[in-house]
Design a protein around this ligand. Structure first.
Ligand SMILES: Nc1ncnc2c1ncn2[C@@H]1O[C@H](COP(=O)(O)OP(=O)(O)OP(=O)(O)O)[C@@H](O)[C@H]1O
Ligand SMILES: [Mg+2]
Length: 332
C-alpha cells in the first residue's frame, strides 16, 4: 500500500510585473508517494521551478507570493509554517538540487565546508565528524580523490563534478524528498547517464522520493514512475510513464512526444522532419477564460475557447485537462 509523502492542492503562485500580475502557477494539484520518482516536464517558463521553490518557501517576495492552495508534507501544511520551521525542513527533510550549480554553490567557500555545513546545522555533528562524513559523501557520489577535493573551491571543479557536489549536499541529511531541478541539463550525455544512475541508486538505498524536473522526456522515461506535463502554469496531463508514452491524450503531450527524435522509427535513414508545436506559450499576465493551449491546438473548438477544461480521468491514475475527453468526435 503506497503512503503519501507530499500532496499539493490547487497551488497558485503570482508575480507582480510591469505588465500586470503574472500567474506562474495556476491551480496545480499532484501528489508524491514515499519512495516514488515523479517527473515534471514542460516548455521553458511553464512554472516548473516556481512550483518547486514554493514548496520550500523560496519564492522571492516581493514580487512573488503564493496566492492560494495547500502543500501537505506528511502531516504538516508547509504554507502555514513560519520561516524557522521551514528552515528546519529544508535540507533535512526536503532538499533541492538547483537548476544551475554555479549559482547555488558559494564561490568563496570550499567544497568541504559546503557539504559539511548542513551536517553541523541539522545533525549537530562536530566539525571533524562533519568533515569526515562530507568526505564519505564525495566518495559516494564518485568524486575522485575526495579528501583532496574537500579543500577545493567550486571553480576548480568541472561541471559534472559540481553537479555531483550538489547531489552530495542535497543528500547528506538523507531527505525524505529530493527535488532535482534539471539536474543533468548542463551536462554531456555520458556524464548525464552517470548522474541519473547515481540518483537512482541513492533513491533505492534510502527509500527517498524524488521530484525530477526536466524538459527532457527521455530522462523521465529512464528514471520516473509517473509523469506530469505542465503547460502555462497548469498540469494538463499526468499518468504512469508507460501510459503517457503509449497513450498520450492531451494534444500538447502528443506534440511534445512527436517532437522527440526517434532512432529506428519510420523514415530511418532518411531526413525525417520532426513535428513542432506551432505558436508560443501565452503571456502569463493574460487572463484566459478557456483552455490555455487552445490557440495552439489543431483540435480546438468553441468550448475550449470559452470554458476552462475540467480534469477528467482517462484510465486509473491517468488524468487530463482537455475537453476532447468529453467530446471525442472532435478528436479526428
Ligand atoms: N522573480 C520573478 N519575477 C517575475 N516573474 C517570475 C519570477 N520568477 C519566475 N517568474 C515567471 O514565472 C514563470 C515560470 O517560471 P519558472 O522558472 O517556473 O519556469 P520553468 O518551467 O522552470 O522554466 P525553465 O524550463 O526555463 O527552467 C516564468 O514566466 C517567469 O517569467
Ligand atoms: Mg526552471
Amino acid at each position: 500500500m503506497s503512503r503519501r509523502l507530499l500532496e499539493i492542492e490547487n497551488l497558485c503562485v503570482e508575480f507582480d510585473t510591469p505588465e500586470g500580475i503574472a500567474r506562474a502557477v495556476d491551480g496545480v494539484t499532484f501528489h508524491i508517494d514515499v519512495g516514488e520518482t515523479v517527473g515534471l516536464v514542460g516548455e521553458s517558463g511553464c512554472g516548473k521551478s516556481v512550483t518547486s521553490l514554493s514548496m520550500l518557501g523560496l519564492i522571492p517576495s516581493p514580487p512573488g507570493r503564493v496566492a492560494g492552495g495547500r502543500i501537505r508534507f506528511e502531516d504538516r501544511d508547509l504554507l502555514e509554517l513560519d520561516k524557522e520551521q521551514l528552515r528546519q525542513i529544508r535540507g533535512r527533510e526536503v532538499s533541492m538540487i538547483f537548476q544551475e550549480p554555479m549559482t547555488s554553490l558559494n564561490p568563496v567557500l570550499t567544497i568541504g565546508r559546503q557539504v559539511a555545513e548542513p551536517l553541523m546545522i541539522h545533525r549537530q555533528l562536530s566539525k571533524a565528524d562533519a568533515w569526515d562524513e562530507a568526505c564519505r559523501w564525495l566518495e559516494f557520489v564518485k568524486i575522485p580523490a575526495a579528501e583532496k577535493r574537500l579543500n577545493d573551491y567550486p571553480h576548480q571543479l568541472s561541471g559534472g563534478m559540481r553537479q555531483r557536489v550538489m547531489i552530495a549536499m542535497a543528500m547528506v541529511c538523507r531527505p525524505k524528498l529530493l527535488i532535482a531541478d534539471e539536474p543533468t541539463t548542463a551536462l554531456d550525455v555520458t556524464i548525464q547517464a552517470q548522474i541519473l544512475s547515481l540518483m537512482s541508486g541513492l533513491k533505492k538505498e534510502f527509500d527517498m522520493s524524488v521530484l525530477l524536473i526536466t524538459h527532457d522526456l527521455g530522462v523521465i522515461a529512464q528514471v520516473a514512475r509517473r509523469v506530469m506535463v505542465m503547460y502555462a502554469g497548469q498540469i494538463v496531463e499526468q499518468a504512469l510513464v508507460t501510459d503517457l508514452f503509449n497513450d498520450p491524450f492531451h494534444p500538447y503531450t502528443r506534440g511534445l512526444l512527436e517532437s522527440i527524435p526517434k532512432i529506428g522509427s519510420r523514415g530511418q535513414g532518411r531526413n525525417v522532419r520532426l513535428a513542432e508545436i506551432p505558436g508560443t506559450v501565452p503571456p502569463l499576465t493574460e487572463t484566459i477564460t478557456g483552455c490555455k493551449f487552445a490557440r495552439r491546438c489543431r483540435h480546438a473548438f468553441d468550448r475550449c475557447r470559452e470554458e476552462r477544461p475540467a480534469v477528467s480521468s482517462v484510465s486509473e491514475g491517468h488524468e487530463v485537462r482537455c475537453w476532447l475527453k468529453q467530446h471525442p468526435e472532435k478528436r479526428s
